[in-house]
Design a protein around this ligand. Sequence first.
Ligand code: ZN
Length: 311
Amino acid sequence: MFSEKRNKIIDCPFDEGNESMTPEEAYAIREHGKKNGAGWKIRVVPNLYAPVSKTVPESCDSEYFKIRDGCGYAEIIIETPIHNQTMDSYSINQFELYFQAIINRIVEISKDKRIKLIQIFKNNGPDSGASQTHQHSQIIAIPFIPKEIVNRFKRLKRYYEKNGSSYFYDLVEHEVASDKRVVLKNADFVAICPYDSKTPFEIMIVPTGNMTSMIFMNNQEIVSLAEIFKKLMAALRKKLRDFSFNIIFNEPPLRYRAIEKFFRFYINIIPKLTVQGGFEQATGIFINPQPPEKAAKELRTALNYGAEGRT
Ligand SMILES: [Zn+2]
């Protein structure tokens, strides 16, 4: 017979007190206690079920298929010691610690000269690809730049060369001026429902200044981003209740030069409300039943209703 408490302690490797169930931590902020013990607020550990590893296996290219080796890093950010906490209930300080953990891992992993891209993302809820309910994000760092990202950078560079200004500069100027798709903004960030939203309530967070990576955020900017996230998650929760979502942190490939002219880091929050059908998979064209202007309006309304007491 299992009580809920006993079941939780036995089963969840991300709970406080179960640190021995995970590999040695790569990073942690703790109030008290020792490394790999209790007393932490946020922890980063290697992923036990990693798709990549630090060692380089033998290459096995064939005439027809090119197989990339799995050299890289796979880590888990355990965002809270509390098993059933949801992201919309995080304090501003919890969001700050979350971003500081991400910054630490980007800085540390990028010291490995083999690594070309650090992808940080969060799968939350049964429709997002999450296999663990305890709040966590993932870091996968790989020794090559996927073609889709190479092409994205080519497009951004071409835009700059053609227009003499960065796509992100123009995007922020245009969206703030038109105010149709802005959900929320402060001095350092603006959150919009992008014009080309692939799903209802998709959100893109962009810095208002030229910042190519999260690692360049100062303390004030980290607080600003935490405030934006806190409000957005509360608004989404109010609007969508229990919903699955992905968060994607779009960082530039490592050691790309002179990208400050045409790139800013940005973050996508993507609620999983629609299913990718055959047409989407065949064509890469997404059918979004909800215009982003309507999504932004509904989220702004939810923000106003939920503003008081939500810090
Ligand atoms: Zn747990």
